[in-house]
Design a protein around this ligand. Structure first.
Ligand SMILES: NC(=O)c1ccc[n+]([C@@H]2O[C@H](COP(=O)([O-])OP(=O)(O)OC[C@H]3O[C@@H](n4cnc5c(N)ncnc54)[C@H](OP(=O)(O)O)[C@@H]3O)[C@@H](O)[C@H]2O)c1
Length: 288
């Protein structure tokens, strides 16, 4: 299978490159392929003639989306719709990503793919609009994968590093930190997500549409932080704080755990988040 990958320097993009064993992947630099420049994408499609395009690019700094909603819509909606349409014309499968933040958090059991979205902030609104734009433009050749709380061996540059890296950094200067216990999430190791994505797109019975792919289990950011320090052997005391899902005036879902229901029917599963975190810490921080 010939794959055109967008976002090779990111957490997920770099994991897809390192986990791939059986496909030929072309991964242009951002200067050569910018998702906001449709003609650069069409040139790449024409040159490479991929079977599959995997787009990991997004405008996903959640607080900044509140301040710059037009940028969020330009990238997360307009650009993604254009990629989907171009893939349809080129007869390539289009794989793109979305988020648990399309949900409002009113449930207390994991969200399945067909649950009704109800985003609470501009970021989630732009991602839901992106999903709808892709489905209206090119449903038959598009796969939308919702994931949550990604951390990878290469940190998310656009967010100033990932959650785990930031907590490890915190431990250098703090013996006591506060962490939110109000949001329940499914933190996901980008390596596990990459393996699952590669398995999913090669599945002979794959059908177009929305899929959830996250590490199994659920936890609050407080519980996740405690696990980071326990597994790393760092003595930082973590105090739970309940902010009721608020970040300043912006709302976040109190519960956004995803169930990988459709992937499971194809035999694609991910390990539990604690197992994933332990492997991440061993690989990146050489925790024994
Ligand atoms: N991170 C999370 O917690 C999380 C949670 C739920 C869903 N997701 C979704 O999962 C996907 C992958 O996330 P990630 O954490 O791997 O993201 P990431 O680490 O920020 O990587 C994004 C990649 O896309 C590239 N990119 C950004 N804008 C671009 C543009 N206009 N044209 C071409 N390339 C561009 C970036 O290049 P530069 O290095 O040059 O910026 C980077 O290589 C995204 O759709 C994200 O929204 C992430």
């Amino acid at each position: 299978m010939k794959i055109l990958l967008i976002g090779k320097s990111g957490q997920l993009g770099s994991s897809i490159l390192s986990e791939n064993t059986s496909n030929v992947i072309f991964a242009p630099d951002r200067v050569d392929l910018d998702v906001e420049n449709l003609s650069s994408f069409e040139v790449a499609l024409n040159d490479i003639k991929p079977d599959v395009v995997i787009n990991t690019a997004a405008f996903h700094n959640v607080p900044i989306c509140e301040i710059e909603p037009h940028r969020a819509f330009d990238i997360n909606v307009i650009a993604v719709r254009n990629l989907a349409l171009a893939c349809k014309k080129a007869n390539a499968l289009f794989v793109t990503f979305s988020t648990d933040y399309v949900f409002g958090g009113e449930k207390n059991t994991p969200y399945i793919e067909s649950d009704c979205p109800k985003p609470l902030q501009m970021y989630g609104i732009s991602r839901l609009a992106g999903e709808l734009a892709v489905m209206s433009a090119a449903l038959e050749n598009s796969i939308i994968i919702r994931t949550c709380g990604l951390y990878g061996l290469s940190g998310a540059a656009s967010k100033g590093g990932n959650f785990v890296d930031k907590r490890i950094l915190d431990a250098e200067t703090n013996t006591l930190i506060e962490m939110g216990c109000d949001q329940v999430v499914s933190p996901t190791f980008s390596k596990d997500l990459a393996v699952a994505v590669l398995r999913l797109i090669q599945h002979p019975e794959l059908k177009a549409g929305i899929y959830h792919l996250v590490n199994e289990g659920e936890c609050t950011w407080y519980e996740f932080t405690k696990a980071i320090y326990e597994l790393s052997g760092l003595s930082v005391k973590v105090t739970p704080v309940d902010r009721g899902g608020m970040s300043g005036s912006m709302r976040r879902p109190l519960y956004s755990v995803l169930a990988n229901t459709k992937a499971l029917t194809l035999g694609v599963t991910l390990p539990h988040w604690r197992d994933a975190l332990s492997r991440f810490l061993k690989e990146k921080y050489e925790v024994s």
